[in-house]
Design a binder for this molecule. Structure first.
Ligand SMILES: O=C(CCC1CCCC1)NO
Ligand SMILES: [Zn+2]
Length: 370
């Protein structure tokens, strides 16, 4: 069993500039400039924590390449791809569309390298060079729709890789599991009418995008039934997410029988993350990963390929990512989550009726899959 790994220093060079964390600085309005929340730091520290304990040496390094425009156009409109290039060519960069998604000078090529890195990782998995893999890419992608960037996302790398797998690698059915704290609205929208791609999103209810990711968003036309959402109340942690995995994600994957499982792997549902109010620990991510690995082994020759999405705590995201990757690579290091003890008193809360209700609503929809 071999685990592939994609990383490149250029991912750290995507410049999101200064802002006031998320909104643009505006001194006249009292909004002082600060580093943007989607900055390289947490990703840099993830890579360091994969390297320092020796885990990097157990992985197969897969070199990324820039996705071609033709590969991007399987998902995005020509006008949108051109918009990102135009913004990227500006001396001071620009924005992908919603005002929250900085495009640094040169970010067009970096976002292409993120999408191309995931394509290369999926290709290695389908060719059997690796069993599964992790692409530590930046900028993130799961909010980007065919024609709009949002939520820090430029190109939807997961969607580009899914379409590549179908067009070039002969795969028919692709499942996308998204456990980033925020709704995978872009990926859902791109495949909303397409029964060949199942999208399943577990996220904090009504967080971002606002009023998005409700259980009732279940696909349209031929795709009816092939979009599943589990909007979990703020404060949801281990019990709720594992219940959702067992009640919704795994039964849906079993019914859909994908040829590949793609994971939009956000760690911002972590207990210390500033961009959401969920309470997953590194141990939670480890257990959720185990379940997905077992599903991939059962359904699609172990093909589980993950793309890094959110995860903004520079001191906690690395431990969640390490736990995920140790499980993916079926190995361990000497590093344990040093903050587990800090949250032990509250991160293991039992399932609440509200969480059970949200999960129950989605569970009803799994039977529509065929
Ligand atoms: O981590 C993210 C980004 C969420 C933010 C984008 C603007 C406000 C919330 N999406 O998965
Ligand atoms: Zn997120």
């Amino acid at each position: 069993m071999t685990t592939g790994y994609v990383f490149h220093p250029e991912y750290l060079w995507h410049d999101t500039g200064t802002s006031a964390g998320v909104v643009l600085a505006n001194p006249a309005a009292g909004i002082a400039p600060a580093v943007h929340i989607e900055n390289p730091e947490a990703k840099r520290r993830v890579h360091e924590l994969i390297h320092a304990p020796g885990l990097l040496g157990e992985l197969m390094i897969i070199e990324p390449r820039r996705a071609t425009v033709a590969e991007l156009l399987r998902v995005h409109t020509e006008a949108y791809v051109q918009h990102i290039k135009t913004q990227s060519d500006l001396h001071g960069g620009g924005d992908a569309g919603d005002g929250y998604s900085p495009v640094g000078h040169g970010s067009y090529d970096i976002a292409r390298l993120a999408a191309g890195g995931l394509i290369e990782l999926v290709t290695a998995a389908v060719h059997g060079d690796i069993t599964n893999g992790y692409a530590l890419v930046r900028p993130p992608g799961h909010h980007a729709t065919a024609d709009a960037g949002m939520g820090f996302c430029l190109f939807n790398s997961i969607a580009v890789a899914a379409r590549h797998a179908q067009a070039e690698l002969g795969l028919a059915r692709i499942a996308v599991v998204d456990w980033d704290a925020h709704h995978g609205n872009g990926t859902q929208a791109i495949f909303y009418d397409d029964p060949s791609v199942l999208t399943i999103s577990l996220h904090q209810a009504n967080c971002f995008p606002p009023d998005s990711g409700w259980t009732t968003e279940n696909g349209v036309g031929e795709g009816a039934g092939y979009a599943l959402n589990v909007p979990l109340p703020p404060g949801s942690g281990h019990a709720a997410y594992l219940h959702a995995m067992h009640q919704v994600v795994l039964p849906a994957l079993n019914r859909f029988a994908p040829d590949l499982i793609l994971l939009a792997n956000g760690f911002d549902a972590g207990v210390f993350d500033p961009m959401a109010r969920q309470m997953l620990t590194a141990a939670s991510y480890r257990e959720m990963t185990r379940l997905l690995i077992d599903a991939a082994d059962r359904l699609c020759h172990g093909r589980l390929v993950a793309a890094h999405e959110g995860g903004y705590s520079p001191f906690y995201t690395p431990y969640c990512a390490l736990a995920f990757l140790e499980e993916l690579a079926a190995t361990t290091t000497h590093v344990t989550d040093p903050l587990a003890v800090v949250v032990a008193g509250y991160a293991a809360e039992p399932l609440t009726p509200q969480q059970q209700a949200a999960i129950g609503e989605a569970t009803q929809l799994v039977s529509r899959l065929h």
